[in-house]
Design a protein. Structure first.
Length: 372
């Protein structure tokens, strides 16, 4: 009897948790000012996502994540202020027509697709974009001048460390590791203020210890679990150990998340990458021309990774505030056969909403020195 009833219990738990996250986000939907276009993104997930143009309107059907589930269908009219500026599709399956892409361009909508592993797969822009010759020249000249490269990278690092310190103070509990991280970051900022950075190795010598001490202060963080007698939680999920995945082999990497918080961070950084890709292009920059970062197989658009750095702590803060304030069920996550941790579709949608709110509040202006 146990073998027959357990799958039903598990299915019921999945439904309950999916409904919980869906209802939470429905209740959080911000109201749009009367004469302002909807700023929040439309976030879609699940199987059977469908978008098409129907009699001049955009028809959207959200995906299915559990059964039973109310069929969510939306329709947007041309010029309607309720139409979102951005549509984010997280994992899932489905399709759209070429007419939809034309409609996006016409209405200034950007489509962002994020994969199951939290990587940004594609960003299709409906926003007006153009290449600004002056900014492209600035990118080329700065990337080829060692002194200018270091000045740019140093200014980026200052902003990143300042934001890191804010996140550290706001989100992490008191500990010796936190005190050590604050001292390390403070020392790093003092070294940068003295302008004694002569080469990139000097920057690495500052950033490396700061990052190491920062994530060391995260060590031991615990999620709140809604546990039932039959719930099984992998030991690796009980406490946060490090930003790098335990499954990445001898070389430390952040992909293949082995802890729920790392899985959340991967989704958050993917949203940040997509957001900055849109901002860079609309401001006339070329994402392919990196300054501090150079193009390689892992970062074909290195300029994005340049300008992402100061905003990573903003994503960290959004993820920490979300993760440490909620109570989770093992059914909120999916443990793959290779040990990788994934977020359930509705949880991923909820997290994406929180990160999106944090990014809207950020000032994504041109990078430091870009227009001087």
């Amino acid at each position: 009897m146990l073998r027959e009833t357990t799958p039903q219990f598990e299915a019921d738990d999945w439904v309950l948790r999916s409904e919980y996250w869906a209802s939470r986000e429905a209740n959080r939907s911000p109201k749009r000012p009367k004469r302002q276009r909807q700023k929040g993104p439309l976030i879609l997930c699940g199987h059977g996502i469908h978008l098409r143009v129907d009699r001049g309107t955009l028809f959207v059907r959200d995906g299915f994540t559990h059964y039973p589930q109310t069929k969510a269908e939306l329709r947007y009219f041309p010029g309607d202020l309720e139409t979102p500026e951005r549509i984010i599709i997280i994992d899932g399956t489905g399709g759209l027509s070429l007419a939809v892409l034309d409609w996006f361009v016409e209405q200034g909508i950007t489509l962002v697709r994020i994969g199951w592993n939290g990587k940004s797969i594609v960003t299709l822009g409906g926003s007006s974009s153009f290449v600004d010759p002056e900014k492209i020249v600035w990118q080329f000249e700065t990337s080829r001048d060692d002194r200018k490269r270091i000045e740019f990278a140093a200014s980026i690092l200052v902003r990143k460390l300042q934001a890191t310190l804010e996140t550290l103070n706001a989100c992490l509990p008191s500990s010796k590791e936190k005190d050590s991280a604050r001292k390390s970051i403070g020392d790093g900022l003092k070294r940068l203020a003295k302008s004694k950075v002569q080469k990139f190795s000097d920057l690495y010598a500052i950033e490396g210890p700061c990052a190491q001490s920062y994530f060391a202060a995260w060590r031991g963080l615990k999620l709140n679990w809604k546990k039932k007698p039959r719930d099984l939680i992998p030991p690796a999920w009980l406490e946060f150990d490090s930003r790098s995945s335990l499954l990445s082999g001898k070389k430390q990497k952040n992909w293949k998340a082995s802890h729920p918080i790392n899985a959340m961070l991967n989704y958050g950084y993917a949203m940040l990458e997509a957001d900055l890709r849109i901002k860079c292009i609309t401001q006339g920059f070329d994402p392919r021309i990196g300054i501090a970062h150079r193009p390689d197989k892992g970062s074909p658009d290195p300029f994005l990774f340049d300008v992402m750095e100061p905003f990573r702590p903003v994503v960290d803060r959004a993820v920490l505030e979300f993760a440490l304030s909620e109570s989770f069920s093992p059914k909120d996550f999916v443990l793959r056969s290779d040990g990788v941790c994934r977020l359930s579709p509705q949880l991923a949608r909820a997290l994406a909403g929180r990160v999106s709110e944090a990014l809207v509040a950020c000032d994504f202006t041109a990078p430091p020195n870009a227009l001087s």
